[in-house]
Design a protein around this ligand. Structure first.
Ligand SMILES: Nc1ncnc2c1ncn2[C@@H]1O[C@H](COP(=O)(O)OP(=O)(O)OP(=O)(O)O)[C@@H](O)[C@H]1O
Ligand SMILES: [Mg+2]
Length: 254
């Protein structure tokens, strides 16, 4: 029987993580419908990266649940969650050193999707992703030598090579130039049009506004509010907690 309502591709229930006595995330419940983009914003230390790490299995929750397509994957190993169709980028880029840019992307292709397990297929997929992200000219380079804009695109290329249905981005635009941000916005919109669901943590407000169907604001590890971008960004509580100190400044930078 076809269910009347599709389970959200991602749902967290009461997700909580403490470090010692300090709660980094407290009782976060949110759901993301397939094919949408959820922007996640909030001050430094609000718990945004912790949220991603809990969803992808890079951290174990103290309490709460993570469901992918309605399946409970709370505390599962990162590889298991990756095999459920989830890929991510790291706020601090993490390429494999001692491998070229191309090899870095190919290895994700091999492990992300068992159908691409042959070496040749993985490299073909990697080359397609490198082309798409304008990294083809850098294919033979050492990732450690790349400037931040290229390094962030490589981080995204590695995630895309795993052919995710759910993509979690942790500040993939941080440190990028205006033209690079525009290209990234266009790419994320295109991915959404192709059916990829995206949860994007970002401080670049102009960009988050451009890509998000909805925005969720985290503050002190809790959801302050969630809604349509224009509503959330004009919410006085959001301005007081976050935007007041950043929005004008960041907009001015771009
Ligand atoms: N491994 C850890 N050990 C101890 N405390 C941690 C750890 N990771 C995060 N924290 C703390 O948890 C809180 C939330 O951190 P988190 O990195 O999730 O914030 P964030 O919203 O991603 O911030 P930013 O915008 O600066 O990236 C912070 O107080 C941080 O110091
Ligand atoms: Mg962070």
């Amino acid at each position: 029987m076809t269910p009347l309502l599709e389970a959200p591709i991602l749902e967290t229930r009461g997700l909580t993580r403490r470090f010692g006595a300090l709660p980094a995330l407290s009782g976060v419940s949110l759901s993301v419908q397939s094919g949408t983009v959820l922007g996640v914003i909030g001050p430094n230390g609000a718990g945004k990266s912790t949220l991603i790490n809990l969803i992808t299995g890079h951290l174990r929750p103290t309490a709460g649940t993570v469901l992918i397509d309605g399946t409970d994957l709370t505390g599962a190993a990162p590889w298991r969650i990756a095999h459920a169709g989830v890929a991510r980028t790291f706020q601090i880029v993490k390429p494999f050193r001692g491998m070229t840019v191309r090899e870095n992307v190919a290895i994700s292709a091999m492990y992300g999707d068992i159908r691409k397990a042959t070496r040749r297929a993985a490299f073909e997929l990697a080359d397609g992703v490198l082309d798409r992200l304008d990294l083809a000219d850098l294919a033979q380079r050492n990732p450690a030598e790349l400037p931040i804009g290229d390094a962030r695109r490589l981080e995204l290329a590695r995630a895309l090579a795993a052919r995710p249905r759910l993509l979690l981005l942790d500040e993939v635009m941080a440190g990028l130039r205006a033209a690079e941000i525009e290209a990234m916005v266009a790419l994320i919109r295109a991915l959404r049009d192709e059916g990829v669901t995206v949860l994007a943590v970002e401080h670049v407000i102009k960009a988050i506004k451009a890509i998000s169907d909805e925005i969720c604001v985290l503050h002190h590890g809790e959801v302050l509010t969630r809604g349509r971008p224009h509503e959330v960004l004009s919410d006085p509580r959001v301005v007081a907690a976050y935007l007041g100190t950043r929005y004008g400044q960041r907009e001015g930078e771009q």
